[in-house]
Design a protein around this ligand. Structure first.
Ligand code: SF4
Length: 312
């Protein structure tokens, strides 16, 4: 078991991570996994580390962080595999809550058909559920699930969990695997019915398990964002690194990059943003020239999106 951080998280501020299962203990072998191929997939929950040990480790790190004046926003179950395999997850959450911090879980949703899994994760304050596809054939291709898993059970588990509950979804989009426009419509429609707080769209930004798992280009990302936005009230992109070390020339550039990593900006919105910052369009031209921002035309409108080149 490993407690790490606190580290900056794209969605959770400063997050203290808990690796509550052994490395790569997962039900999937996603083609885009940044941890490499899963040699053996599982579907049975097990006991790995005692909740008391996890609690003691977390408590220790919190003490050290406090001494250094480092703030913690969330304690997050984000192991190098699937956190719901831990049969003691609910118990660990109950214990950790005594420390007074918010608890987050990032899950691949593959075990959500199990009643106890749903009961465990609903104890957390923030839950992210992976939904890359609503098409079984694509699911087999992109997530390469354990043979015993049933896609229909996962879909009904998601429907079941979503009732009266707060959660977010994350969909990893791989070029030419699940990026097709018709499929994106179906996926967005399904996610909209689940009614998440936010639907996050991510792309492979680190070396994937399968070298053919490529990120879509900016134009496709923009299209996907726009299609999702037709169905889901709050959509955000996750296309930058957590540990992004790009140093912008000034604050306004930094702000533009931060916004366009999450939302493509329409030209008129970018213009008024610049106006408010008492600056002009030259800054955008410079950013485009240095290939950190990209201009894209979609359905007659000009948009600006953080360039994927700036992530290399
Ligand atoms: S679910 Fe997560 S850990 Fe498991 S293979 Fe997919 S990306 Fe990797």
């Amino acid at each position: 078991m490993m407690v790490f951080g606190p580290v900056p998280s794209r969605r959770l501020g400063r997050s203290l991570g808990i690796n509550n299962i052994p490395a790569k203990h997962c039900s999937y072998s996603c083609i885009y996994c940044q941890l490499g191929t899963t040699n053996k997939t599982y579907i049975k929950r097990k006991s790995f580390y005692s909740p008391e040990d996890i609690f003691a480790d977390v408590q220790e790190i919190i003490k050290k962080s406090r001494k250094k004046g480092i703030n913690i926003d969330f304690i997050t179950f984000v192991p190098s595999g699937e956190p719901t395999f831990d049969i003691n997850l609910g118990k660990s959450i109950d214990l950790l809550k005594l420390l007074g911090y918010k608890i987050a879980i990032i899950s691949n949703s593959s075990l959500i058909w199990i009643d106890d899994v749903r009961n465990d994760i609903k104890k957390a304050d923030w839950v992210s559920l992976k939904i890359d596809t609503v098409d079984e054939k694509i699911w087999r291709k992109i997530n390469q699930p354990n043979k015993m898993l049933r896609f229909s059970s996962i879909i009904s588990g998601l429907n079941n969990y979503s009732k009266n509950r707060n959660f977010v979804t994350e969909s990893m989009i791989v070029n030419k695997v699940n990026s097709n426009e018709n499929h994106i419509h179906e996926l967005a429609e399904f996610i909209a019915k689940l009614n998440p707080e936010t639907a996050y769209i991510s792309i492979p930004v680190r070396p994937p398990a399968n070298e053919n798992a490529k990120k879509p280009d900016e134009k496709t990302i923009l299209k996907i964002f726009e299609i999702f936005s037709e169905y889901v009230p709050k959509v955000e992109l996750l296309i930058n690194f957590e540990d992004d070390n790009f140093i912008p020339i000034n604050d306004i550039e930094n702000e533009i990059l931060k916004i366009t990593s999450v939302h493509p900006l329409k030209e008129e919105h970018l213009e008024s943003f610049l106006e408010k910052g008492n600056t002009d369009w030259k800054i955008v031209e410079r950013m485009i020239k240095s290939k950190i921002l990209k201009a894209i035309t979609y359905e007659g409108n000009n948009y600006y999106l953080r360039s994927l080149n700036s992530l290399k």
